[in-house]
Design a protein around this ligand. Sequence first.
Ligand code: ZN
Length: 180
Amino acid sequence: MAVRPVLTLGNPLLRRVARDLDPAELDTPAIRRLAEDMVDTMHHEDGIGIAAPQVGESLQLAVIEIASSSPRYPGHESFALHYFVNPRITVLDPVEQGFWEGCLSVPNLRGYVERPRRIRVDYLDLDAHPRTVEAEGFLATVLQHELDHLQGKLFVDRVRDTTRLATLEDYVRFWLPKPG
Ligand code: ZN
């Protein structure tokens, strides 16, 4: 168990297309440790997802887990811990929906990003079994955000209206819907 440092915006490794993992690699101690460390790091940072490039490994591996009590993204449906190896996205409904996104690699910023509202992801789990998940709503956005990392993309690349890019403090002050 180890928390790894998270690479931040400006680090060229975040901009590389990560390489596919060979299914035979998944059973190695190095990949098992990486997967564990990604979960530990995500929990430590209160994140809901993390991709291997964010901890310095340019590999097609991402982890997502949305707790119903997530402090960074409260009020969203929960999603159990999933490992995504070599994921491929298919858009099922190209109509876009927007959410305010943040990223452990882009500290202290939130941005409004519009993405297709329904997708399918084909991937391998950590035991190299082929899996499919269909997602809509916030989960569809989270999946696209995390899998973007594996293509060297960050959410700030997808913010079309840069007036809706805000520090966390100003996001809360000016943009976060007020209860009631
Ligand atoms: Zn991110």
